[in-house]
Design a protein around this ligand. Structure first.
Ligand code: SF4
Length: 347
């Protein structure tokens, strides 16, 4: 095949991909007025506030904004929930986020649209195996990502989110500490390369971010040479290496506001496009390809567990008190120590 043919074929593939992707990225207006009204009423009646993650559907993010709640990454969700004086926090996200809210605010009722919404990192780090792993290296500090169960947090010295992980590990390196890191091997590897820390990594991965492909992103870049590539560090090293910015969801969102580029190729869950488009309506956001060698998309960069959150289930949780988070007090008290350590460090 000639060079010309390759370019044309590539352009075709990319355009086809984009026309599909952009359809799904439009900020959808909510058509179910009845449920929206009911949720707003119930939030007031139950003295509740909605705490939503960036990866939840547009309709939930819209509602959080309209009702004085928050849309945030997991660190900010935890802080917002702990500081808010509502009696009930409705956490739209995945289970570890609800558990984190409960650990920090035991006096509050924590509801989730569904307790089925979990995370491949949480599932891939069961407490018994992890605890036995840690026991092999008693001289090391145990640093776990927020995407873990309350029991795993209770086994840790530090809990970190992706927005604070680098700073915490740099701090530990300065103190001469060696580290056990869990569960995300890609984020752990990125931190290791950036800080030079002595780290032993658990081998978990995020099923969404692990799917981004450097080849597909570079193909897109040939069509949009002025686009900036934004990458979440849960992605593989080959993807992180070609990024213009590597960061947590909040850091990537800030990059789209602050960088002069008009086009961004974004390698994280496409739920973040709601806030990116809202903050910079004239800029163009392109979903990074997740599979295939020619900028095609198979899994479409959306967390299947985040997608379980729906307006209907949110309404049911508020109305019926379903999806309540409970944590044994002994576990909660142990998990509170490394979580509080992170929040104090952040201050
Ligand atoms: S996007 Fe990945 S890390 Fe985030 S909740 Fe889903 S599976 Fe877990």
């Amino acid at each position: 095949m000639s060079e010309l043919f390759n370019k044309a074929a590539l352009r075709d593939t990319v355009q086809k991909y984009l026309s599909e992707a952009e359809k799904s990225l439009e900020i959808k207006s909510i058509d179910n007025e009845e449920i929206r009204t009911e949720i707003k009423f119930l939030l007031k009646q139950k003295n509740a506030v909605l705490v939503a993650h960036y990866y939840t559907e547009d309709a939930i993010q819209e509602l959080a904004e309209e009702t004085g709640g928050v849309i945030a990454d997991s660190l900010e969700m935890a802080r917002f929930g702990a500081n808010h004086d509502a009696e009930t926090l409705v956490v739209a996200g995945v289970k570890f986020m609800g558990e984190t809210a409960k650990i920090l605010s035991p006096e509050k009722t924590i509801l989730m649209p569904t307790l089925e919404a979990t995370c491949s990192l949480d599932i891939g780090c069961p407490i018994d195996e992890f605890s036995a792993f840690c026991d092999q290296y008693p001289e090391r500090k145990v640093v776990v990502y927020a995407n873990t169960s309350a029991a795993v947090k209770a086994r840790a010295d530090w809990v970190v989110t992706s927005s604070i992980a680098l700073d915490v590990v740099e701090h530990l390196v300065e103190q001469g500490e060696k580290i056990i890191w869990a569960p995300d091997q890609h984020l752990g590897g990125y931190i290791q390369r950036e800080t030079g820390a002595d780290m032993i990594l658990w081998d978990g991965a995020c099923i969404v971010h692990e799917e981004f492909k450097a080849k597909g992103i570079l193909d897109l870049k040939t069509v949009y040479p002025n686009a900036a590539i934004l990458v979440h560090p849960e992605s593989p090293e080959s993807v992180v290496e070609i990024a213009d910015v590597v960061g947590s969801t909040s850091q990537l969102l800030n990059a789209t506001k602050n960088m002069p580029n008009e086009t961004f190729i974004v390698a994280t869950d496409r739920g973040i496009f709601y806030k990116m488009k809202q903050a910079s309506p004239k800029k163009r956001f392109i979903e990074a390809p997740t599979a295939g060698s020619g900028a095609s998309c198979r899994s479409c960069a959306h967390c299947p567990w985040m997608a379980l959150n729906s307006l209907e289930m949110l309404r049911n949780a508020l109305r019926d008190g379903s999806g309540e988070i409970h944590i044994p007090e002994e576990t909660r008290l142990k998990a509170l120590i490394p979580l509080q350590r992170m929040l104090n460090f952040q201050r």
